[in-house]
Design a protein around this ligand. Structure first.
Ligand code: HEC
Ligand code: HEC
Ligand code: HEC
Ligand code: HEC
Ligand code: HEC
Length: 199
């Protein structure tokens, strides 16, 4: 629990009712999840998590060597809450004709023929009570790599940061006070209000 770091936050009176309800919900859901996981780490803390994916798709090859733009596949990242994982049809734009004899590409073609999506396993998992929105970050000019690390060098994607509340709040404070040079003209003001991230 990292509340100590945020205890200096101003809390306005009308917020107190909402805050109290919020705290109850959060503490209750945190307590519940502590009961049904034998795992030491709560959902957001799995730094380094790298599940085995159903098809061995490589970001190093596609985003690194072939220099494909992240947003060609993650087209939600600038305009929506979710960056999203691309539908198989995006892969098939190329793989109807590229490397059709490779076993991993044959797997793609089988899913495609059956009309089924590839059952990708989610790498990043914030708890449901946290409100995170890609467009609010990418739209302000933050590079994907700020939060996801050098994805274009990863043959298999892994979780690069711990996704803790401290990680979010510290950056919000730092980027508001002292933004990196390339974002100076954006007049950033990132929230440290509980209800900004928890609704
Ligand atoms: C050709 C399409 C394609 C391109 C280009 C691409 N990705 Fe992906 N990305 C995927 C697919 C498919 C997955 C799901 C499988 C996996 O996790 O490897 C994924 C997964 C991810 C994940 C993990 C999602 C999760 O489950 O939590 C992140 C983060 C990510 N991509 C970021 C990026 C970034 C940053 C770039 C650019 C440097 C990029 N991607 C370029 C297709 C693409
Ligand atoms: C813009 C074209 C393009 C798109 C879109 C694309 N790929 Fe590829 N892919 C390639 C090329 C080019 C290669 C490398 C071929 C080679 O090795 O010469 C490749 C290689 C691969 C391989 C390795 C094949 C082997 O050699 O074993 C896999 C697996 C693969 N892609 C999966 C995917 C998946 C999954 C998606 C969608 C998320 C995707 N690709 C989207 C162009 C593309
Ligand atoms: C400010 C940090 C930050 C930036 C910048 C960022 N992401 Fe994310 N990304 C996250 C977090 C946090 C999650 C987990 C969200 C969740 O579990 O609800 C995530 C999840 C994802 C996922 C999993 C699917 C989804 O939408 O939840 C993909 C794919 C992804 N990001 C791709 C990208 C790409 C591509 C970019 C750049 C265009 C990008 N991200 C920029 C923090 C960031
Ligand atoms: C690397 C820095 C960084 C990280 C890490 C980060 N954010 Fe942000 N966040 C920002 C910036 C910059 C903005 C845009 C502020 C603005 O619009 O001026 C923002 C905006 C937001 C907003 C929209 C409200 C607002 O203040 O504009 C929410 C909600 C938010 N972030 C939640 C999160 C959560 C939840 C996490 C952690 C899972 C997180 N952020 C991680 C930098 C970051
Ligand atoms: C910038 C985003 C952000 C802000 C602002 C924020 N939180 Fe969080 N909070 C998170 C994230 C992300 C998590 C989940 C990861 C974790 O538990 O560290 C979380 C988790 C929590 C939890 C569950 C902790 C646990 O041990 O499971 C509580 C309780 C909580 N927040 C309360 C608050 C309160 C009270 C405030 C205001 C003083 C606040 N948060 C402000 C992002 C934020």
């Amino acid at each position: 629990m990292t509340l100590a770091r945020t205890s200096a936050l101003p809390v306005r009176l009308p917020q107190i009712g909402r805050l109290f309800a919020l705290l109850l919900t959060l503490l209750f859901s945190a307590g519940m999840s502590a009961c049904d996981h034998t795992d030491v780490n709560p959902p957001g803390y799995n730094k380094g998590y790298k599940p085995l994916q159903p098809v061995s798709y490589s970001h190093k090859l596609h985003a690194g060597d072939l220099k494909m733009d992240c947003k060609y596949c993650h087209f939600g990242s600038e305009t929506s809450k979710k960056a999203g994982v691309p539908p198989l049809s995006v892969c098939m734009n190329c793989h109807k004709s590229v490397k059709t004899d490779a076993p991993q590409v044959k797997k793609l073609a089988e899913y495609y023929a059956k009309g089924e999506p590839v059952p990708w396993i989610k790498v990043h998992n914030l708890p449901d009570y946290v409100n995170f929105d890609h467009s609010r970050h990418v739209g302000k000019g933050l590079a994907c790599q700020t939060c996801h690390g050098p994805i274009q060098e990863m043959p298999e994607v892994y979780q690069y940061t711990n996704l803790s509340m401290g990680w979010c709040v510290n950056c919000h404070r730092d980027y508001t006070k002292n933004p990196p040079p390339e974002l100076k003209d954006r007049h950033l003001f990132a929230t440290t209000d509980c209800t900004g991230c928890h609704q």
